[in-house]
Design a binder for this molecule. Structure first.
Ligand code: AHG
Ligand code: MN
Ligand code: MN
Length: 321
């Protein structure tokens, strides 16, 4: 039986980084509790407000954001915080060494239908920069010191990396501790399972149209094999499936809003998920460059995403060259 702290200590993780991760976990246990209460906790449904990106917030988006912010602000090793649900980053502690970026509740359209959602986090070095300034946070994904997500599903799981592999911890309901249940997970290199929101097909660019058309041809097409499709509409759940049994996940650019580079956010979704995927032997790309090489220009920047099993992602990227 290994707790997160025990595992991270064995890996040689600095105490201050362990404390920052524990602050995320403290809040996530509270979020898990409220999700379990469901309608009895009075937290389902929509809040009467929109976030900075013009998306309607769910009550639980707002609550999860507040829980994370409070826990992180109380942690002396956290210098600053940036959230998908907030306009601007906020300074936390002058003594802090880390910037913690998060998507408090990913897949929130699934809350009211009782389908898995999650909290995604990414930890960057503060490097002595001003944590109230957006520029301090604009670091490429390869600078991440840790990334992970808590998946609120039939069981509550923590999947995380500090750059030494990807480990899975399961929340023990009787003790409230995340316990190591799988270590150093590796994604199968090939797959016959893809995930994309097919309803947007007509809006995709031509390379994506061609690639998915070839997947659908099955054993009669160039792939020479039959594919299965899944779409949960919670990125955490899709990435978790891919980390468990392989697959490819895509949220490509589409022409519905041509000025937006995609739906998903580089700093809160693209980068942390890419760190996990690559640490598990997969690949992640924006279709042109490795996701974690992208130099961010805006904290809420959006990005096309293609990630998963190595050989399949390489094939998808070839269609874009
Ligand atoms: P969020 O709930 O944080 O806004 O993110 C939802 C994301 C992601 O989890 C999922 O892959 C995607 O949106 C689903 O989008 P569609 O509803 O367009 O399928
Ligand atoms: Mn999200
Ligand atoms: Mn969200």
């Amino acid at each position: 039986m290994q707790t997160v702290r025990q595992r991270l200590t064995l890996d040689g993780t600095p105490e201050s980084l362990i404390q920052s991760i524990e602050a995320v976990l403290f809040a996530s246990k509270d979020i898990a509790f409220r999700l379990r209460q469901g309608a009895l906790g009075g937290v389902l449904g929509c809040a009467e407000q929109e976030n900075v990106q013009g998306e309607t917030q769910k009550n639980l988006d707002v609550l999860s954001n507040d829980l994370l912010k409070n826990a992180l602000a109380a942690c002396p090793s956290v210098a600053g915080i940036a959230s998908e649900e907030e306009d601007l980053p906020v300074a936390a502690n002058a003594s802090g060494e880390y910037l913690v970026l998060f998507d408090p509740l990913d897949g929130s359209s699934n809350i009211d239908v009782n389908v898995s959602v999650g909290t995604i986090f990414s930890i960057l070095p503060a490097n002595g920069g001003d944590p109230s300034k957006e520029a301090t946070y604009l670091q490429a994904g390869k600078e991440q010191l840790s990334a992970g997500y808590v998946l609120y599903g039939p069981s509550t799981l923590l999947i995380m990396s500090t750059g030494k592999g990807v480990h899975v911890f399961t929340l023990a309901p009787e003790t409230g501790e995340f316990i190591l249940t799988r270590e150093n997970i590796q994604i199968p290199e090939t797959t016959q399972e893809f995930a994309i929101n097919m309803s947007n097909q007509r809006f995709w660019a031509e390379p994506m149209q061609n690639y998915v058309a070839d997947l659908l041809k099955g054993e009669e097409g160039p792939m020479g094999k039959r594919y299965n499709m899944r779409w949960v509409a919670s990125m955490v759940a899709e990435v978790h499936r891919i980390l468990t049994r392989g697959g490819i996940f895509m949220y490509p650019w589409d022409k519905r809003e041509p000025n937006k580079a995609g739906k998903l956010r580089l700093m809160y979704e693209g980068n942390p998920m890419s760190m996990l995927i690559e640490q598990a032997g997969g690949i992640s790309s924006d279709s042109k460059a490795p996701m974690m090489d992208i130099q961010p220009e805006l904290i809420h920047q959006r990005v096309p995403v293609i990630l998963g099993s190595k050989a399949e992602v390489e094939t998808a990227i070839k269609y874009h060259q």
